[in-house]
Design a protein around this ligand. Structure first.
Ligand SMILES: [Fe+2]
Ligand SMILES: [Fe+2]
Length: 472
């Protein structure tokens, strides 16, 4: 394991200065990255001092490094977790063989696609969130947004390092393309659907960081199992950052719930909106939307690609070693709920072909626990309102369930019923316009917008009344 080198242009613990070719290639990519950051990163805050954490090593203390930074000067680095000695491939056709330290020729395209798909989500979310600073409900929230943004930028660096190091010319071309595609651009969109959806307001941002960053967590957990060791080590470090993103989302929604309960108590539940708060019905609709577009990110329920990723040892299951006994999964069967003649029944699917669904199961369960925690909070605040996680069959654009309409409980409904009721279930144009009216900037120290409660505590033992962003 190389030592952490914080003095080079690209901070790293991968021994970059001993590999001049690679170092030059990455230093050539760097100016394009900075240009991209300045034009597509947080709009209007590039010259401000932001109280951010920067990774300086891969151990726990490496994260204790907080200070004011202008975002374009953030030290984006390349960090891999320590190698596990004598690590072996944990699943699939190569189960028990030494982990791959170079790219196995026969899996080169498969692996490149896996890395590029993950990489593409990182700059995409920065682009989706770039206008949010202008309506930040507090400086504390603005700071959290920017922390998430710079770390997504670092995730891009992590993936570009793999492309440059292991894929030669093709890898460099892919790295260029990652700076060329744009979220929501009709001609050159990002690869995955949810990463082309606009994040136009802070309610969407908190739902996105709860549900879509949580997809990121599960994808990284599956890639952390990879038999391709450099990918595994990269993803294990990325997971430490992902945890903060989900914290921002979950506590953000929690603080909205708290404020909504206060407004409902003061003015009556039906008058939350006219008193500048977000009513429960609208919260539920945004939850329904962002959960379901995130559920789509796992791909089709039955997928030969998923089988290939597993068989080749490139992408595993969440906690493969701890939770499973059969790591080859050639004889296993998955009971897949399907719709047949208008009724739900189950179909037996070879387990390897169901690997997307296996990972989705873990994701859905984790999302269910988030909703439980929100409901606990509502209970504690003395409210009878509860949020509900919709069925994974509801509002799907990809896979088996996209071929039919389902209500949020997962019951099949006619397309007429869907049309007449979708405004009850998903944010309507009116809802979105209303949420927009609540979004106004609160950029004064210690103040907060009316629709959200302040956090219980600040960042790094600082109070909420701290100048998390020093406006230039
Ligand atoms: Fe990320
Ligand atoms: Fe993230």
């Amino acid at each position: 394991m190389s030592k952490v080198d914080l003095t080079s242009a690209i901070p790293n613990n991968v021994g970059l200065k001993d590999d001049k070719r690679l170092q030059r290639a990455l230093e050539k990519w760097q100016p394009g990255y900075i240009d991209w950051w300045k034009s597509m990163g947080p709009e209007g805050f590039q010259g401000d001092d932001v109280f951010l954490r920067t990774a300086i090593s891969v151990d726990r203390e490496g994260w204790a490094n907080f200070g004011y930074v202008k975002m374009p000067e953030y030290r984006w680095g390349i960090f891999l977790n320590e190698a596990i000695p004598d690590r072996t491939v944990g699943f699939g056709d190569h189960y028990g063989e030494p982990a791959f330290q170079t790219v196995p020729g026969e899996y080169r395209n498969l692996l490149r696609r896996l890395i590029v798909t993950q990489a593409d989500t990182e700059p995409a979310s920065v682009e989706q969130q770039r206008d949010l600073g202008a309506t930040a409900p507090s400086l504390y929230d603005a700071r959290n947004l920017f922390q998430v943004n710079v770390e997504e930028g670092r995730h891009l660096w992590a993936m570009v390092y793999l492309l440059h190091t292991y894929f030669g010319r093709d890898g460099r071309d892919e790295a260029e393309d990652l700076l060329r595609r744009r979220s929501g651009d009709p001609d050159s969109p990002r690869i995955l659907g949810a990463f082309n959806e606009p994040i136009a307001d802070w309610l969407s941002f908190f739902m996105f960081t709860t549900f879509t960053d949580r997809d990121g967590k599960f994808q990284l957990l599956a890639l952390a199992e990879s038999g391709f060791d450099p990918l595994s080590r990269t993803c294990r470090f990325m997971l430490t950052e992902e945890a903060h993103h989900m914290f921002v989302g979950e506590t953000g929604i929690g603080r909205i719930l708290k404020r909504t309960v206060e407004l409902a108590r003061e003015h009556g539940p039906e008058n939350v909106r006219e008193n500048g708060g977000i009513d429960f019905a609208t919260l539920q609709k945004y939850l329904n939307f962002w959960f379901t577009v995130s559920v789509d990110l796992y791909g089709g329920e039955q997928s030969s690609n998923a089988a290939d990723f597993f068989g080749s040892g490139l992408k595993g299951r969440y906690q493969e070693a701890r939770r499973y006994e059969d790591h080859v999964a050639l004889d296993g069967i998955y009971q897949m709920p399907v719709l047949s003649d208008g009724r739900m029944t189950t179909e037996e699917v070879p387990l390897r072909n169901a690997m997307n669904e296996v990972l989705r199961d873990d994701y859905v369960e984790d999302c269910g626990n988030v909703v439980k925690r929100w409901n606990k909070l509502l209970e504690k605040e003395g409210s009878d309102e509860r949020l509900v996680l919709p069925s994974r069959r509801f509002h799907r654009a990809i896979g088996l369930y996209s071929k039919h309409d389902f209500d949020p409980e997962g019951n099949p409904v006619s397309s007429d019923e869907w049309e007449s009721r979708k405004r009850e279930w998903l944010p309507s144009e009116e809802d979105q316009a209303f949420i927009k009216t609540l979004m106004y900037p609160v950029h004064e120290v210690g103040r907060i917008a009316n629709w959200i409660a302040p956090p219980v505590k600040g960042i790094k033992d600082k109070p909420f009344e701290f100048e998390y962003v020093r406006r230039a």
